[in-house]
Write a protein that binds this ligand. Structure first.
Ligand code: ATP
Ligand code: MG
Length: 136
C-alpha cells in the first residue's frame, strides 16, 4: 500500500475540475488521506520542482504553479504511485490516451491539469512538502 501526492494544478482549479478529478480517484478505489487547497509560494514551487532546476522551462513552470490555488491530495492505495500516473496519462496531453485525465481534459503541455509523484522517493519528499504536519 502506497500514498502518493496529487496536485490539481491552477488550470484544473480554475476550470472547476477538482470534483471530476477527485471523483476519478475515488471511483477507482483509492482512499483520500489528505486534501488541502493552497496558493503555492515561489519557495515551495522551487523545492517541489527542484529536479527541473536549470531547464529552459523552469521559470515558466514556477510561474504557472504559483499562478493560483492548487488542490493537494494525499491518495492511498495498492500501487497508488504508478496507478495514479497511469490514470493521469502522458505528460504531454497531445500524447495522452483518451480515458486518462490529461487525455480527456487537457491539450497543452504547460497546462496539463494534474501532478502525480513519480516514485516512492518522490512521493515521500513531496508529501512532506505539501503536508508538513506529517499526518498523511
Ligand atoms: P508532473 O511532474 O507535473 O506530474 P510529469 O512528471 O509527467 O508531470 P515532468 O517531466 O516532471 O512531467 O515535468 C513537470 C512539468 O513540467 C510537466 O507537467 C509539464 O507541464 C512541464 N514540462 C515538462 N517538460 C516540458 C517541456 N519540454 N517544455 C515545457 N514544459 C515542460
Ligand atoms: Mg514530474
Amino acid at each position: 500500500i502506497e500514498t502518493t501526492l496529487v496536485l490539481v494544478k491552477p488550470d484544473g482549479v480554475r476550470r472547476a475540475l477538482c470534483g471530476e478529478i477527485v471523483s476519478r480517484f475515488e471511483r477507482r478505489g483509492y482512499e483520500l488521506r489528505g486534501a488541502r487547497l493552497l496558493k503555492v509560494s515561489r519557495a515551495l514551487a522551487q523545492q517541489h520542482y527542484a529536479e527541473h532546476k536549470g531547464k529552459p522551462f523552469f521559470g515558466d513552470l514556477v510561474s504557472f504553479i504559483t499562478s493560483g490555488p492548487v488542490l493537494a491530495l494525499a491518495v492511498r492505495g495498492e500501487n497508488a504511485i504508478a496507478g495514479v500516473r497511469t490514470m493521469m496519462g502522458a505528460t504531454n496531453p497531445a500524447d495522452s490516451a483518451p480515458g486518462t485525465i490529461r487525455g480527456d481534459l487537457a491539450t497543452e503541455l504547460s497546462e496539463n491539469i494534474v501532478h502525480g509523484s513519480d516514485s516512492k522517493a518522490s512521493a515521500k519528499r513531496e508529501l512532506g512538502l505539501f503536508f508538513p504536519d506529517g499526518l498523511v
